[in-house]
Design a protein around this ligand. Structure first.
Ligand code: QAP
Ligand code: CO
Length: 170
């Protein structure tokens, strides 16, 4: 396995639209293994392939404290979202040190494929629902910051620019 480099916002490549996986082969298994290792090493709960500059529809998620409940979603589609919403303070491995509230559906049904190319459907709620919605956005080139008010968005962009000049993380 190898650690992958996580793209940091603002990086144009984070706005690339991911393409569906067609071949469920050894390469796919290697990408998933490397993405999982990268997510665990960075102490993340979710990672989309877009974030490691691989523009294929691949997501790994593990929200467990024990870090042993890996979920893999290939070519995921949110086929149903509840009217009921929730507000969660989100972060992102591509935007370290920045956290803000985002409103999203409380429950979603996701249709995806596993590593063997078999289709499955799951209903996810609460944090898992937030996580899959956040990661599916990455595959469409969208970052959670885009949901914030223009005022907050601009303040964060200024903060990130200043941090970059000073070379600090957060
Ligand atoms: C997306 O985010 C997410 O700033 C996954 O310094 C976040 O794993 C979905 C992280 C919240 C739902 C709720 C962020 C690690 C990890 C940081 C992450 C940081 C270190 C973010
Ligand atoms: Co993210």
């Amino acid at each position: 396995m190898s650690l992958l480099n996580i793209l940091q916002y603002p990086d144009k490549r984070l706005h690339t639209i991911a393409k569906p996986v067609i071949l469920f082969n050894k390469y796919l298994k290697k990408v998933v293994a490397d993405m999982s290792e990268t997510m665990y090493t960075a102490s993340g709960i979710g990672l989309a392939a877009t974030q490691v500059d691989i523009h294929k529809q691949i997501i790994v998620i593990d929200i467990s404290n024990t870090r042993n409940k890996l979920m893999i979603f290939i070519n995921p589609k949110i086929i149903w979202s509840s009217q009921e919403t929730q507000i969660y303070e989100e972060g992102c491995l591509s935007v370290p040190g920045i956290y803000d509230n985002v409103e999203r559906a409380m429950h979603v049904t996701v249709r995806a494929f596993n590593l063997y190319g078999q289709a499955f459907e799951v209903e996810l709620s609460e944090l898992l629902s937030v996580c899959i919605q956040h990661e599916v956005d990455h595959l469409k080139g969208k970052i959670f910051l885009e949901y914030l008010s223009p005022l907050k968005f601009n303040r964060i962009k200024t903060k990130l620019k200043n941090n970059k000049m000073l070379n600090i993380r957060s």
